[in-house]
Ligand binder design. Structure first.
Ligand SMILES: *Cc1c(COP(=O)(O)O)cnc(C)c1O
Length: 241
């Protein structure tokens, strides 16, 4: 497998140094951007290599896969943090709530109700990010300001006390056109600022945006968290669907 010749520790160091460089170059405070290591489609061994190199936060986008990997990992490394970043089906919410501390891909109101239900029965709170649609070819995320606003308002009414709104997530379009990527991330930031003004009772300062190919642009546009997979773990071997 290609896995074996990938040096996860070195890759993590490179990425962290690069994040620090971009923070400095774009006038951001040092340490203001957190790194989420996206380990989807990579084996438990790779996650453990990253943990041993000091990585704490991981992202997975399939609940089933996340569950089978991190149930094991938590036993040995209980301080590990897992974020769910993929589109979430209602029937997966129960498992998601058990396994993660943050769901970044909340893209509709009924998901919040479902998360609340399982948080209540597990006696647990969960942080959520509202995923907002800013790029044409991404299919996920709230597609209008109004629908996003409605979901935040629902939380503000106190109907989901175990669900803690903590910020926003977006994906830029897959393009080499940097202007388009800038526009996508800056529209996320502006939307986030507007929502934060409207709902000052929540501290929604997390802006999760930027992946292996576009994290530099995301940091320039105000990301507080970048989600990096390939640049840490190497190419994914997608299972045949
Ligand atoms: C896979 C994935 C990432 C990481 O992508 P890379 O290009 O491998 O860095 C980030 N965010 C989401 C939502 C993903 O599904």
């Amino acid at each position: 497998m290609i896995m074996n010749c990938i040096d996860i520790r070195t890759n993590l160091e490179k990425i962290k140094n690069s994040i620090t460089d971009v923070e400095r170059l774009s006038g951001r405070e040092t340490g203001s951007v957190k790194l989420l290591a996206v380990s989807k489609f990579h084996p438990v061994e790779s996650v453990i290599d990253a943990i041993k190199a000091g990585q704490v936060m991981f992202g997975e986008n399939r609940v089933q896969e996340a569950f089978s990997k991190f149930e094991e990992i938590y036993k040995t490394y209980p301080k590990t943090e897992l974020h769910i970043i993929g589109t979430l089906q209602k029937n997966k919410v129960g498992h998601a709530v058990k396994i993660c501390s943050c769901i970044e891909s909340v893209d509709r109101l009924d998901l919040i109700q479902e998360i609340e239900k399982y948080c209540l029965s597990n006696n647990k709170t969960i942080r959520i990010l509202f995923e907002y649609h800013t790029g044409e070819d991404s299919k996920s995320g709230f597609t209008s300001y109004e629908s996003l606003e409605e979901a935040v308002a629902y939380c503000a009414e106190g109907k989901s006390p175990h669900v803690i709104p903590s910020g926003f997530m977006t994906m830029a379009p897959f393009t080499k056109d940097e202007k388009v990527i800038h526009t996508s991330f800056s529209s996320m930031r502006k939307t986030a600022e507007k929502i934060c003004q409207e709902f000052p009772q929540f501290s929604m300062e997390n802006l999760s945006m930027g992946m292996s190919e576009d994290y530099r642009i995301a940091i320039e546009e105000g990301a507080t968290e970048v989600r990096i997979g390939t640049a840490i773990f190497g190419e994914r071997e997608y299972p045949a669907s």
